[in-house]
Write a protein that binds this ligand. Sequence first.
Ligand code: DX5
Ligand code: ZN
Length: 230
Amino acid sequence: MSTPSTPRPIEISPSVLTADYSRLGEVCVELENAGADLIHWDVMDGNFVPNLSFGAEVIASIRPLLTIPFEAHLMVTEPTWILDAMVNAGCSTVMVHQEACLHLHRTLGRIRELGATPAVVINPATPLESIIEVLDLVDLVLIMSVNPGFGGQSYIASVESKMRRLREIISDRGLDIDIEIDGGIAPPTIAAAASAGANRFVVGSAMFRDPQGFEHATAELRSLASAATI
Ligand code: DX5
Ligand code: ZN
């Protein structure tokens, strides 16, 4: 882990939500070989968001094929019931939405108890103030730059001011917290997100639509983010 004074590492975390599910394991291996830092699993319950995706069994079946860490982005209403399964499936970071947890403090504490890294997520419309009281419980904050539920949506640039304020709060309080951004991250948007304070980047459709492939997409995005990081 870096200290608050050192620049935080740039990390590219591909979301496999828009992958070809008939060859999901192979795609994850290809992403690791292309230089991805993590795999981002968008777990959707059809209630918090109007879509369904994969559960713990799918993630667990792919875990032995790779060595890079897995992070679980839980778009699940009241996700307490699924935390153990996600950690047992091999997700070392578990991310829960502020909007989905009635007892957010308890839920984040439970993730830590299970031995995983707790992270809190906020939607574009959710104010930063709603997570101020839990910043001491998390190692990562995920800022949504689309409304969750689907890949391939347009980046909402107005969340950048929220990231700037968050980075200031983290620095003022001397906290050790990464800022991740999720939604619409692609070559035209990643630099602005990096200069606003993000150091981990979820990349879904931009990874899969690069005609030059995963390695090119990963390297290009990493280099654009590094150049823009202050
Ligand atoms: C949206 C998901 C994202 C999304 C990213 O609900 O959390 O991870 O799939 O996909 P792109 O990069 O296409 O916006
Ligand atoms: Zn996500």
